[in-house]
Ligand binder design. Structure first.
Ligand SMILES: [Zn+2]
Length: 187
C-alpha cells in the first residue's frame, strides 16, 4: 500500500513517545502486544481514508416515470473520521430524492455514501456534499439527506455524552416530513 511505511513510522514514534516513555516502560507483555500495532494502525487509518482515492462521479440512468415518486436509501451505516480529533464517527445515512429525468442505480447510492464517508469530514459538510453530488448526478426535482451521528470525540472524551447528532438537509421540492417519518420508522 502506498504511503504505508511513512504512516507506520509515525505510529511507531507515537507509541514510543506517548506509551513506552510515559506509562508502560518495562511492561514486556504490553511491548510484545504492541509490536505489530504500528502496521495494523497505519493500515486501518489508510482504509478509513480510502475515499480520497475514489471518484465521486455516479452513473445515472434515464427515468420515464410520472408523478412525484420518492426514491430512497434508508439507514446505511458508515464510519468516518472527525477532522478535529481524528476519532471515528458512526453515521447512519438516509437519502431520498424525487427524480426528474434520471435515477441512480440501486447500488450507486450506498457506494457513493461509503466513498464520501471515507474522508475526513464534519457531519454537516458530509451531508451537504452528499446532497450536492446527488443533485449533480441526477438533477432531481428535490433531494433530502438525513444523518444520525455517534461521535467518539463526544462520547468517549470531552463531554462524554452518549447523545446522537442529527442533520437534515434538503434542496428543491421534497417532503421533508414524509421522508423523516420513513427514516424514523426504519431506524
Ligand atoms: Zn471530533
Amino acid at each position: 500500500m502506498r504511503n504505508v511505511k511513512s504512516i507506520v513510522k509515525v505510529y511507531e514514534e507515537l507509541i514510543d513517545k506517548l506509551l513506552k516513555e510515559r506509562w508502560i516502560e518495562g511492561n514486556k507483555h504490553l511491548e510484545r502486544v504492541l509490536k505489530r500495532t504500528p502496521r495494523r494502525a497505519a493500515k486501518a487509518l489508510l482504509e478509513l481514508l480510502e475515499g480520497y482515492r475514489k471518484d465521486f462521479k455516479v452513473a445515472a440512468f434515464p427515468y420515464a416515470g410520472t408523478g412525484d415518486q420518492l426514491v430512497t436509501c434508508i439507514g446505511h451505516t458508515v464510519y468516518t473520521i472527525c477532522p478535529h480529533h481524528l476519532l471515528p464517527v458512526e453515521m447512519v445515512v438516509s437519502v431520498g430524492y424525487v427524480p426528474r429525468h434520471k435515477v441512480l442505480g440501486l447500488s450507486k447510492l450506498p457506494r457513493l455514501i461509503d466513498s464520501l464517508a471515507h474522508t475526513l469530514s464534519l457531519q454537516e459538510e458530509f451531508a451537504s456534499e452528499l446532497l450536492r453530488l446527488i443533485n449533480t448526478a441526477v438533477s432531481p426535482k428535490g433531494a433530502v439527506v438525513h444523518v444520525r451521528g455517534k461521535h467518539s470525540c463526544v462520547r468517549a472524551r470531552g463531554a462524554r455524552s452518549t447523545s446522537t447528532t442529527e442533520t437534515l438537509m434538503a434542496v428543491g421540492e421534497v417532503d421533508k416530513e414524509e421522508f423523516l417519518c420513513l427514516v424514523r420508522s426504519a431506524l
